[in-house]
Ligand binder design. Structure first.
Ligand code: PA5
Length: 448
């Protein structure tokens, strides 16, 4: 079992080992609170055991339903927002062909997304696609009442019923929601949709290893057992090493990022050199942003994809405010193989790298950037990933989830709630005249 480890060596140019190990004792206590379900947000700690629980029976059910549905659909629409969307997209895009299913010989549906915004143009364009393609849809909402996915589902339900008739439409719709509560549960039961349950003790951004993430990932043709296998190996490793600070990746990462935060590093940038990890970074941003940004505290999570962003954000990172640190997802081997040909005329002056792989150039860009940023005063973590596959993504997901829980406890916040998300909703509902919200609230009053 090869466990992904963060490499902290270059951080030590900025903070001392003592600064990091100062968190040793409290981290041990935080593991006790988490594993004994006694800490803040203890009603939402179901994610801790998901790899064990779901590595037995649930994936079979998910896989067999996905296998029967996939043959009906060229397109599979995942409706959801926040934690009910980002985990699935992170995994699917990390493992898919960059240009859709054009080259996918296995012929799994192309996954498209809805309910993650309120853009009329976005939905109208999606409906154009759905007019022309055979499709199926999953509507995912733990609360079952979130406006964005509910609205997208209303539009798509109307479309799919017109396209296929109510009976066939019903077979093409999957609802993933709470076991009992919420409007979506009620709707799914009335309409006799196939449902999967979001466990009550798992919050949205920690739910990628439940049917919320697993069903869409299975529909896209990925191996959910391997994803869970990776998560399980990481979960077991972290638990085994809960008292062994120096060899526990989650302890080291949580301690080091808090030591950096305390030294004035208020922004963490997740850096990758693989565009297929773009949505993994989006998932990571949500995980840390929504978990830690509370009580006017928290590291601001940002992300860049290099080398693209070296030609935009690179300038700021190299030379701007020195309140940053970076966490680099360093991928050792690519999936494909593409060499650089030699050219007789060499007009582009690139013969000096002829014969090398593109990835070698990418790795040199990564090394060169890391050195430049360290010289420029930006601490860098490195997380070495041998290969992007289901197994390594499973490890990374669990590693970041546990690191985030520990890190939130170090900050003294509840990493499992999101009270701040409600503020915009109250105002939006008041502005839309939703019954019960007519009375204007805080910001609206201030405007007057
Ligand atoms: O992490 C969270 O809890 C949130 O991001 C939710 O996932 C998001 O608000 C969607 O909620 P729901 O699944 O209830 O529609």
């Amino acid at each position: 079992m090869n466990i992904i480890q963060p490499d902290l060596s270059s951080i030590l140019n900025f903070i001392s080992e003592r600064d990091i190990s100062a968190y040793k004792k409290q981290i041990r206590d935080h593991y006790t609170s988490l594993y004994n379900r006694t800490g803040k947000g203890s009603e939402f700690l179901g994610w801790i055991d998901l790899p064990q629980i779901f590595s037995t029976d649930v994936p079979g059910e998910i896989q067999s339903h996905a296998a029967s549905l996939k043959d009906k659909a060229d397109v599979f629409v995942v409706i959801g927002i926040g934690g009910s969307y980002l985990g699935a997209r992170a995994v699917i895009e990390a493992l898919s062909h960059h240009f859709g299913t054009l080259h996918d010989k296995k012929r799994f549906p192309l996954v498209l997304y809805a309910g993650q915004n309120l853009s009329e143009d976005y939905l109208a364009d999606l409906m154009d696609v759905l007019d022309q393609k055979d499709y199926a849809v999953s509507v995912i909402s733990k609360s079952g009442t979130t406006t964005e996915p509910a609205l997208a589902f209303r539009i798509i339900k109307n479309h799919i019923e017109k396209k296929y008739g109510k009976e066939e439409a019903r077979k093409r719709i999957i609802a993933i929601t709470d076991k009992q509560k919420g409007a979506l549960r009620k709707l799914a039961e009335e309409e006799h949709y196939r449902t999967f349950v979001v466990p009550g003790d798992v919050g949205g951004r920690y739910s990628v290893l439940t049917p919320v993430g697993l069903f869409p990932v299975a529909m896209a043709g990925m191996d959910i057992r391997e994803l869970l296998h990776g998560a399980l190996d990481m979960a077991t490793h972290i638990r085994d090493k809960k008292d062994d600070f120096e060899n526990n990746p989650a302890s080291l990462y949580a301690a080091a990022r808090n030591a950096l935060y305390r030294s004035g590093r208020k922004t963490e940038i997740l850096v990758s050199y693989e565009p297929r990890l773009f949505h993994f970074s989006e998932w990571w941003k949500q995980l840390f942003g929504e978990s830690e940004g509370k009580e006017h505290k928290g590291i601001f999570p940002a992300a860049v994809t290099n080398t693209t962003d070296l030609h935009s954000m690179g300038q700021y990172i190299q030379d701007g405010e020195r309140n940053l640190f970076e966490t680099v997802l360093s991928v050792k081997s690519p999936t494909a193989e593409l060499g650089i040909p030699s050219d007789a005329d060499n007009l582009d002056e690139l013969n000096y790298i002829a014969g090398k792989r593109i990835h070698e150039v990418n790795l040199k860009a990564e090394q060169g950037t890391t050195l430049a940023h360290i010289d420029g005063g930006v601490p860098n973590f490195r997380i070495n990933i041998p290969f992007i596959n289901e197994y390594s993504l499973g490890q990374l997901i669990y590693f970041f989830e546990m690191s985030c829980a520990i890190s939130g406890y170090i900050l003294g916040v509840n990493p499992f709630n999101q009270p701040g998300v409600e503020a915009y909703k109250r105002n939006m509902f008041a502005l839309l005249g939703k019954p019960g919200f007519e009375k204007e609230t805080g910001n609206l009053k201030r405007k007057d």
